[in-house]
Ligand binder design. Structure first.
Ligand SMILES: [Zn+2]
Length: 146
């Protein structure tokens, strides 16, 4: 009898993406990352990157990156924030969209520095996801932030 050698299937991926649970995003933004990275791990939580900024959740968030890097050799950490995020109080928390965007730019940068503090060699990418009503559904627009 021939003994079959266990085939080792490569299951490494390019990135781990942090995203909000908000369903309005996923109709389009998941497809964007699929196109961009093809293979990626995804961590959905309300507020996406919010946990990096919360002392009690930071370890859990960094752990996801560690696991993704160890098991799937992901090199990119993609951080997202989006328009009208309920976890941050939605739009009513901001004077206008400019103020909102400035706020998310700031906390995306803070989150990036937290990630780099733990994983100095990680390639961190930041995205802001715009949202516009489109009939009963929503259209997204992804913007990569420098
Ligand atoms: Zn949200």
């Amino acid at each position: 009898m021939k003994i079959q050698k266990k085939q080792k299937i490569n299951h490494s991926c390019k990135a781990i993406v942090f995203s909000c649970i908000d369903w309005r995003l996923h109709l389009e933004s998941d497809g964007y990352f699929q196109k961009k990275y093809k293979t990626f791990d995804m961590f959905y939580t309300a507020g996406s990157i919010k946990g990096f900024l919360e002392k009690e959740n930071r370890r859990l968030f960094l752990k996801q990156i560690e696991i993704s890097r160890t098991l799937h050799k992901s090199a990119i950490v993609a951080l997202t924030a989006h328009h009208d995020c309920g976890a941050f109080g939605g739009m009513s928390n901001f004077k206008d969209e400019r103020e909102e965007f400035a706020y998310y730019q700031k906390i995306l940068e803070e989150s990036k520095n937290i990630v780099l503090g733990a994983f100095p060699d990680a390639k961190v990418e930041k995205y802001f996801i715009g949202l516009q009503p489109d009939g009963k559904l929503w259209k997204t627009s992804l913007k990569k932030i420098k």
